[in-house]
Design a protein around this ligand. Sequence first.
Ligand code: MG
Length: 350
Amino acid sequence: MELLTIGAFARAVRLSPKALRLYDELGLLTPARVDPLSGYRLYSPDQVERARLVAWLRRLGMPLARIRGVCELAPADAAAEVRAYWAQVEADTAARRSLASFLVEQLSGEDTTMTVTLRYALRTDRGLVRESNQDVGYAGDRLLAVADGFGARGEPLSSVAIDALARLDTAIPAGELLNALADAVRRAGTAVGEYLAANPADECSGTTLTALVLSGSRLGLVHVGDARVYLLRGGALFRITHDHTVVRSLIAEGRLTEEEVVSHPQRSMLVRALHGKEVEPDLALHDAVPGDRYLLCSDGLHTVVPEEELREVLRSVDEPEEATRRLVDLANAGGGPDNVVCVVADVVPG
Ligand code: MG
């Protein structure tokens, strides 16, 4: 087969020779042959498809190291990997959009802040199998939080974390919201570490922590672990947190599919939690829009009750109190294998 010069190959794949040289240096696309005398790179027509794939993935903004991984996969696996990458990009973009609009308001001195308030209810339940309830929640005018303790010290630790967060239930200027959240989760982590130092356990113990804090018409979100926050808007249900679990990491890397998660032996194993060591929480800003309804819940609800059923309850039951009761009933009707904590909160005009 006749080899193409770098110029001819570049024209065929609509990339510049400079880009091809870069891909060669990065190991993404090695020329079929390099002329030993002139040093010219020569490409095989067989390489056109791979070069095009690399170019498209670059256009998507995928990092080079990840592109290298995709190029090694069979087409179906490569498709799953691109899908996982894009889902992550969209979630990150949504959070950054809220942050950007907040900054625009701050910098331009526009005060578009509309006063909103929350109408909320909290419910927690031991479930039908566990001997104790290690799930704890908090619901106040400005703070909504859930924590799911695990291990021998799980029961006090979830309360320790929530108590450390409770001082956020006060007026916080919107400009300080994210810093206040970061500080609060650091305090919660320190409190958990101190409790574990004073009360050591053989078994790894800790807690998840997920919270929303209202400031003006913004909701700050802080999240560590596998509790979830859902947003019901216009009748559709959106999950606005990422689970910090081993299986979610594998899905994000394209090594596991959604269908395989249900039966995965490590499906509840956490990669991030408050357990006495340094932890990086997810932080985000969301607009608090009147008519929106939020659900915060531990895995005892969201792994037992399908999202479609969660949506149906959230859509059809008006009172938050009644909605939390119905959700807990659904978890117990599904066997109640774990503790449950859930908070339902409506954003209403102030
Ligand atoms: Mg749990």
